[in-house]
Design a protein around this ligand. Structure first.
Ligand code: PMP
Length: 389
């Protein structure tokens, strides 16, 4: 936490003291023996967090979530290939834009803001388009909606289609079992539920997707080529570093620290705490009479809340909450930006009940400051048992 201000946007998020310390230490050489050990251990821990089997390849490159999206699609698809994209918000449209730039023919399966498309519609699109790959955003950060990855990956398998999931706002905070569910690629970025500063693009690439890269007609840009990077990651996991392009050594150290915390706590427990905390926030919003953007609680994400402004209140609420010492985010869904705000609740903060209560109180007091009557103590009382579970 900096200057007493609490960062509760949906990424970047607050990081643990061990992660902050690792990120701030003098940068290690990419070939220092202790760095090689850390990088190798981080790659192995990624398989545990992703629920991936030994034949899946973890990938960590300097970059953003957007770069991870680009890496995934350029390693799987060539110009002229076809893809189906499930669009549940802003980031699905970004994926479409990237696919089109690659010359991929895209079929979009869309729905209203805060909704998810029925599986039958996705199945129909797969049948009609016969694509090479299906793309979906696990949690779209613009709507706070979570799709059913297990069902979509199963559907893709049944149609012999590769499945790629944008887990930038889910990995480490939502349940995901890469191998058991048969997903082919799950990508993320460091600054969200993994609780690391921004700057790393992370993916786990399954065996079918690795094979698709081998037979790709037009190779991806060299800097994000899974075939160029693969032997490097394998060398780090084997305990011998190898150079292709300099890793972001300080951030890899921070990643190692964070994954160690997650794996030590237990992935299932960590995900369960995200669920508990999200229930606490949902109880607080209910108590304050605030409605969620997701149309149904069953697919409201556990990593963030997208909350509609009450009658008579607008984006000035974000500033009023900031005045209470807590930073939350405005809306992001095109056309609805000024109708809701977003609170991130992912990463190590799920284990900090005082920070969570402070967030509820800041939202309530922000509303009071704008003249909207709410029972702040009641909201805190409704949330608190979930935060401390
Ligand atoms: N996908 C999702 C679901 C995201 O939430 C984000 C970031 N908010 C991105 C992709 C893009 O990540 P980045 O901002 O690191 O490029």
């Amino acid at each position: 936490m900096r200057d007493g201000v609490l960062l509760m946007i949906p990424g970047p998020v607050e990081v643990s003291p061990a992660v902050a310390e690792a990120a701030a230490a003098p940068p290690p050489s990419h070939l220092a023996p202790d760095f090689i050990a850390d990088f190798g251990a981080a790659l192995a821990d990624m398989r545990t967090v992703w629920g991936a089997s030994g034949d899946a390849q973890p990938v960590v490159v300097p970059g953003s979530g957007t770069l991870a999206m680009e890496l995934a699609l350029t390693n799987l698809l060539s110009p002229g290939d076809r893809a189906v994209v499930v669009v549940t918000g802003y980031f699905g449209d970004r994926m479409i834009e990237m696919l089109r730039r690659r010359g991929v023919e895209v079929t979009a399966v869309r729905c209203g803001a805060g909704e998810i498309p029925p599986l039958a519609e996705v199945a129909r699109a797969l049948e009609q388009a016969s694509p090479k790959a299906l793309f979906a955003t696990h949690v779209d950060t613009s709507t706070g909606v979570r799709v059913d990855v297990e069902a979509l990956a199963g559907l893709a398998r049944a149609h012999e289609v590769l499945s790629v999931f944008d887990g930038v706002c889910s990995v480490g905070g939502e349940r995901f079992e890469m191998s058991a569910w048969g997903a082919d690629v799950m990508l993320t970025a460091s600054q969200k539920a993994l609780g690391v500063p921004p700057g790393l693009a992370l993916l786990v690439v399954g065996p079918r997707a690795l094979q698709a890269r081998e037979t790709l007609a037009v190779p991806p840009p060299l800097s994000i080529d899974v075939e160029a990077w693969g032997p490097i990651f394998q060398a780090y996991e084997a305990g011998t570093g190898r150079y292709f392009s300099t890793p972001a050594t300080s951030l890899v150290r921070a990643l190692r620290a964070s994954l160690r915390e997650i794996v030590t706590e237990g992935v299932e427990r960590r995900i369960g705490r995200h669920q508990q905390v999200a229930e606490g926030f949902r109880a607080a919003w209910r108590e304050m009479g605030l409605a969620l953007l997701p149309a149904n609680g069953a697919f409201a994400a556990d990593t963030l809340s997208a909350v509609r402004f009450p009658e008579g209140i607008g984006p000035e609420l974000v500033g009023a909450i900031r005045d209470q010492g807590v930073v939350v985010a405005g809306g992001l869904y095109p056309g609805l930006e000024r109708t809701y705000f977003r609170v991130g609740h992912m990463g190590p903060v799920v284990g900090w009940p005082e920070a969570l209560e402070r967030t509820v109180r800041a939202v309530g007091n922000g509303l009071l400051a704008l003249g909207h009557t709410v029972d702040v103590d009641g909201a805190v009382a409704a949330a608190e048992p979930h935060f401390r579970a």
